[in-house]
Design a protein around this ligand. Structure first.
Ligand code: DGJ
Length: 540
C-alpha cells in the first residue's frame, strides 16, 4: 500500500500494463504529512456516504424514490453494488445499462459513487456469479469442506475462476474509464464483498491441499523477513512461536492448527483479489479496497467468515495484495473504538464502507473523521429510513460538509481531534492549540431532562484548531472546558458564536453566552442539537 505524495499538479502518466494514457486527475490517494487523503478533482474529499441495500441498485425504478432520500440526508457519495450476474449474464456479453443509469442519476443528484464489485465473492458466498459459472462446477470449481462437501463458494485455487473474474472486472474498469474519465463520478472501487472462508477454516479441494503442503511462497517469506520488526502482534507471535522459520510449508512455518489454516486462506484470497486490482488498475487506476466482516470475539476460524482482511491477518493481506490500497472494516460489532484502533495501529487509513444504521451512528461519524482522519463513513441500507429529513446522520453530514475544507486542511498538521462520549465518559487533557481541553457528555451537567435516564445517547464531536486560540467545535451532546498549556494560567472566552459556513465563508448566527456557555465556563452543544461554534479564547 503505497501512496503518492500530495501534489495538485495536473499531468498524465503512462500505465505500463495497459499501454494506456491515464490522467492523474482521476481520484487518488495521496500522503499529506502522516495522513492519507483521497483527492477528488484534485481536492481532499471526505466521503459522507451511505451504502445501498444489496438489491436496490439492480432496479432503476426501485431506485427512483431513493435518490431524493439520499439528498435529504446530505450524502455526497453513494456506495452501490455492481453485480457480475447482471453485467455478464452470458459469457463474454456485457450489459452496462444499470451502471449507466446509476452514474447518470448520481450526476443528476450531484453525488459521487463508490462502486462495490459483487464478483466472485459476496459475504463468503459466490451468489453473484452468473449462471454460466454457477452451473459449470467442473470448469469453475467450489471449495470443499473437511468432509469433501462442496459449498457455493468459488475456490481461489483455480485458474479458471481467477481468469473469469479478472476478465469481467477489467471490462468493468474499461467501461468506467470510457464513460467517467472526465467527470470522475466513480471515485473508489471495492473489490469483492466481505470475502471469508466458511464453514471450515480452509478449503480441502485438491489444488488447495497441494498448495498447503508446498513451501510457503517466497514473496511471503521475504515480507516476514523484511518487516520482522514491524509485524503486527498476531502474525509476529505465531511466526515467532514456531521459531521464525524462513523456509518450510505452511504448517512448518506457522504450526499446525486453525490459525495456520486461516493464514493460508488469507494469502490465497488476497493474492486472487490482488490480481483483480492489478488488472483493473492497469486500465484505470482508481483507489481500491477490500472490506471485512469483523469476527465475533471468541469464535474460531471457520466459525466466522475467516481469512478476509481482518486485523489478525492484515499483514498477510498487505504482503499478498500490495495493489489493494485499503483494508476496510464493516461495523456490526460493538466496541467501535477497539476496531478502529486495530485498523489504524500501523498508520493505515480508515475507510468505513459499512456501519449499522442505528442510533448513535451520528456520533460515531464525528468521532471517525475527527479522531481517525477517516476517509469514508457509510451507514448500511441507508435508504431504509422513512424519515430521511429527520435522520441524525443527515444533520451530521450537513455539518461535516461545511467543515470538510477545514478538516482536510488542518488534519495533516494534527489540529483536528474527535470525541465519542458514552454515559460517564470523560476525555481529559486533549491538546489543541495552546490549550488542553476536557470533554464531558452534556448530560453530565445534570440540567438536561434526559440526564436521569439510565441509558444516555452517544454524543460525538470534532474540534479544529485554526489558530493557537481559535477553534471550531461541532457535534452534539458535549460540554468542553479549556485549560491553558502554560502553567498557572486560566482560560476565558472572548467569544463563542454559533454559525455556519456558506461557500466556505463563516456566517455567524447566535452569540453564545450566559446560560448557553454557563456564564463563560465552557462550550456546550446540547444532546438534541447539532451545531458548529466558533470559539476564541484568552488566558489570564
Ligand atoms: C454486510 C455485507 O457486506 C452487506 O452486503 C450486507 O449483507 C450486510 N452485511 C447485511 O447486514
Amino acid at each position: 500500500m503505497k501512496f503518492k505524495l500530495f501534489t495538485i499538479a495536473i499531468c498524465v502518466f503512462f500505465s505500463p500494463q495497459s499501454g494506456a494514457q491515464v490522467s492523474t486527475n482521476i481520484p487518488r490517494l495521496v500522503k499529506n504529512g502522516k495522513h492519507v487523503q483521497l483527492l477528488v478533482h484534485n481536492k481532499p474529499f471526505l466521503i459522507l456516504g451511505g451504502e445501498l441495500g444489496n438489491s436496490s441498485a439492480s432496479g432503476n425504478e426501485y431506485m427512483r424514490p431513493i435518490w431524493p432520500k439520499l439528498k435529504q440526508m446530505n450524502l455526497n457519495t453513494v456506495l452501490a453494488p455492481v453485480y457480475w450476474e447482471l453485467l455478464e449474464p452470458v459469457e463474454g456479453k456485457f450489459d452496462f445499462s444499470s451502471l449507466d443509469t446509476l452514474i447518470k442519476n448520481a450526476r443528476l443528484n450531484k453525488m459521487k459513487i463508490v462502486l462495490l464489485w459483487f464478483g466472485a465473492w459476496k459475504n463468503s458466498m459466490s451468489c453473484y456469479a452468473p449462471a454460466w459459472i454457477k452451473t459449470n462446477t467442473t470448469k469453475y470449481p467450489r471449495i470443499l469442506d473437511k468432509n469433501g462437501t462442496p459449498h457455493e463458494i468459488l475456490t481461489p485455487f483455480n485458474k479458471n475462476n481467477l481468469e473469469a473474474d479478472v476478465k469481467v472486472f477489467t471490462r468493468l474498469m474499461q467501461y468506467i474509464k470510457q464513460v467517467d474519465n472526465r467527470q470522475n463520478t466513480v471515485i473508489t472501487i471495492q473489490v469483492e464483498n466481505e470475502i471469508g472462508m466458511l464453514p471450515d477454516a480452509r478449503t480441502y479441494d485438491e489444488a488447495a491441499n497441494s498448495a498447503f503442503n508446498k513451501p510457503i511462497p517466497e514473496k511471503l517469506l521475504t515480507f516476514l523477513k523484511t518487516n520482522k520488526n514491524h509485524l503486527l502482534p498476531e502474525i509476529k507471535s505465531i511466526w515467532e512461536a514456531n521459531g521464525s522459520k524462513t523456509s518450510g510449508n505452511w504448517e512448518e512455518v506457522f504450526g499446525k492448527g486453525l490459525a495456520t489454516d486461516e493464514i493460508f486462506m488469507a494469502w490465497y484470497y488476497a493474492s486472487f483479489t490482488n490480481e483483480l486490482a492489478v488488472a483493473g488498475k492497469a486500465v484505470y487506476p482508481l483507489p481500491m479496497y477490500v472490506n471485512a466482516a469483523l469476527n465475533r470475539p471468541g469464535a474460531k476460524p471457520g466459525q466466522y467468515p475467516s481469512a478476509g482482511p481482518l486485523p489478525h491477518v492484515m499483514d498477510i493481506w498487505k504482503a499478498a495484495a500490495p495493489s489493494i490500497d485499503m483494508l476496510a472494516p464493516d461495523f456490526y460489532n460493538p466496541d467501535f473504538k477497539h476496531w478502529c484502533d486495530l485498523y489504524t495501529r500501523a498508520s493505515d487509513p480508515l475507510f468505513i464502507p459499512e456501519i449499522r444504521f442505528e442510533k448513535g451512528v451520528d456520533a460515531k461519524a464525528f468521532f471517525a473523521f475527527g479522531n481517525y482522519n477517516c476517509l469514508a463513513f457509510s451507514p448500511f441500507s441507508i435508504e431504509s429510513t422513512d424519515h430521511p429529513e429527520a435522520e441524525p446522520i443527515g444533520k451530521v453530514y450537513d455539518i461535516l460538509k461545511q467543515l470538510s475544507p477545514l478538516i482536510t486542511k488542518y488534519q495533516p498538521i494534527g489540529n483536528v481531534k474527535g470525541f465519542l462520549m458514552e454515559k460517564d465518559s470523560i476525555q481529559k487533557d486533549i491538546p489543541v492549540g495552546d490549550y488542553l481541553i476536557t470533554v464531558h457528555h452534556e448530560y453530565k451537567m445534570g440540567w438536561s431532562p434526559g440526564a436521569k435516564d439510565s441509558i444516555w445517547p452517544l454524543a460525538g464531536g470534532v474540534i479544529i484548531a485554526v489558530a493557537p486560540d481559535e477553534f471550531y467545535v461541532a457535534g452534539n451532546g458535549l460540554v468542553i472546558t479549556f485549560t491553558p498549556k502554560a502553567n498557572g494560567k486560566k482560560a476565558g472566552f472572548i467569544s463563542i458564536d454559533e454559525g455556519k459556513f456558506q461557500n466556505e465563508k463563516w456566517i455567524p448566527g447566535r452569540r453564545m453566552n450566559g446560560d448557553q456557555n454557563h456564564q463563560g465556563r465552557h462550550v456546550r452543544i446540547p444532546a438534541n442539537e447539532y451545531s458548529i461554534q466558533r470559539v476564541k479564547t484568552y488566558t489570564y
